[in-house]
Design a protein around this ligand. Structure first.
Ligand SMILES: CC(=O)N[C@H]1[C@@H](OP(=O)(O)O)O[C@H](CO)[C@@H](O)[C@@H]1O
Length: 408
């Protein structure tokens, strides 16, 4: 893209300020900026501003989960079914690892955080060890796809290489990068991070399958016979990955997707809740849950929206293909965005100063016809690390690891 074309594109979105410092840049920086302008989707900024009013939810009703007693009763049948499809090479695992350890006080990728006490135990290591448990029983390697972002791709690949993939067979490990989205001020004008660079952030975890496709990795997985993808977050160090019992339950139920859920520990716990929206499966993210819904009760007097997702989903690949091209809703999130001040100096704000635009994995569920919420014991499978101390922290995760006999 040349300067004139870039200017025309920016003008059509009211973003000409992006070229404000163009003449101060070196030839290389100019080239890089023009490429970034070419690759950036500015249309989301407009819809982002409107999204606050547009993202209205439909009619919300409760959706109950398959609960522990029922799962316990059918455990052997589910496990056998799950192990069979794993052995047939039909299951892959997708680790969503685009995030950084910023909230833990680290500048590294989140998965590189060390939660060990007497020895080093990295988050990545814990997750791979969990997956290895299944590999050992199934006697079959499970393809592991790792989504990184522009911010942490090289560091992540290098780290796992240096640690010999914590014993995983590297022939079964593939990396791909999440797309980025521009970040803007409250009026939808993109921020500049440097004079030659638009401020961007990872586009949310809802873009994982389209990124996988863009990199040609989804096509390769399909060609290799992968029919199910277990997507999971980087921050839950206790979760079971490619869990045969979960896989068996979703297959037996004939659902397009399965979601691991836990009983919420408090009405305001920061987890998305399973529900039906206009009769279709859906999840309301915690920051969008109204007080009324949080307080609603079912006929037994239990909270009606009781089951929180732990960000561990099993998707049927053929169904993912049918929704790949669909535009998912945009969630506009207020964040602190590093930007230039009026003198062109970079500032790192202390308070939120604008919007980041994200697509969320939970909106993919709403596009699919059927979802099985599958309950897991929260003390055995849910140790999310969001903060350094306090709720959902390194401290609480360490305690839960100890309770489950994991040496740190
Ligand atoms: C968009 C998305 O997937 N959000 C997830 C994710 O939220 P965080 O904001 O990353 O804490 O993890 C939660 C579980 O720890 C899950 O309940 C929620 O739905």
């Amino acid at each position: 893209m040349n300067y004139q074309e870039a200017l025309a594109k920016l003008k059509s979105y009211g973003q000409e300020h992006v070229l404000m410092y163009y003449n101060e840049l070196t030839k290389e920086q100019q080239e890089a900026l023009l490429t970034q302008i070419d690759e950036t989707d500015f249309s989301i900024l407009v819809s982002g501003r409107e999204a606050a009013t547009e993202n209205k939810k439909g009619v919300i009703t409760p959706l109950t989960a398959m609960q522990l007693p029922e799962i316990e009763a059918k455990k052997e049948e589910f496990r056998a079914c799950g192990l069979q499809v794993i052995r047939e090479g039909k299951v892959g695992a997708v680790l969503l690892a685009g995030g950084m350890g910023t909230r833990l006080g680290s500048d590294d990728p989140k998965g590189m955080y060390d939660i060990g006490i007497t020895k080093k135990v990295y988050i990545f290591q814990r997750l791979i060890e969990n997956l290895m448990d299944v590999v050992r029983v199934a006697e079959s390697w499970i393809p592991l796809y790792i989504m990184t972002s522009e911010k942490n791709h090289e560091a992540t690949c290098q780290f796992l290489y240096d640690h010999n993939y914590f014993g995983y067979n590297s022939d079964y490990v593939t990396f791909f990068k999440q797309e980025m989205a521009p970040a803007s001020d409250y009026n939808g004008k993109v921020y500049m991070e440097e004079k030659g660079r638009i401020a961007t952030s990872p586009n949310g975890n809802g873009g994982w399958y389209s990124s996988m496709y863009k990199w040609g990795i989804a096509q390769k997985a399909i060609a290799d016979g992968v029919e199910w993808l277990n997507v999971f977050s980087v921050d839950n160090v206790l979760q079971r990955i490619a869990d045969p019992c979960f896989i068996g339950a979703v297959l037996t139920a004939g659902c397009s997707v399965g979601a691991k859920v836990v009983k919420k520990c408090a009405p305001d716990e920061k987890v998305g809740v399973m529900c039906l929206e206009d009769g279709r499966p859906s999840i309301i993210e915690y920051y969008e849950l109204t007080e009324e819904l949080a307080a609603a009760k079912d006929e037994n007097g239990d909270p009606a929206y009781y089951f929180g997702v732990i960000l561990n989903y099993l998707f049927r690949v053929s169904d993912l293909e049918t929704i790949r091209e669909k535009k998912l809703p945009l969630h506009v999130v207020e964040k602190k965005i590093t930007c230039l001040d009026e003198n062109g100096e970079q500032v790192k704000p202390e308070k939120p100063n604008g919007y980041k635009y994200e697509q969320l994995v939970l909106d993919m569920i709403h596009e699919l016809d059927s979802c099985l919420p599958f309950e897991v014991d929260r003390r055995k499978e849910f140790a999310p690390i969001k903060n350094k101390t306090g709720v959902d922290s390194v401290e609480t995760a360490r305690e839960l690891c100890k309770e489950n006999g994991i040496k740190l």
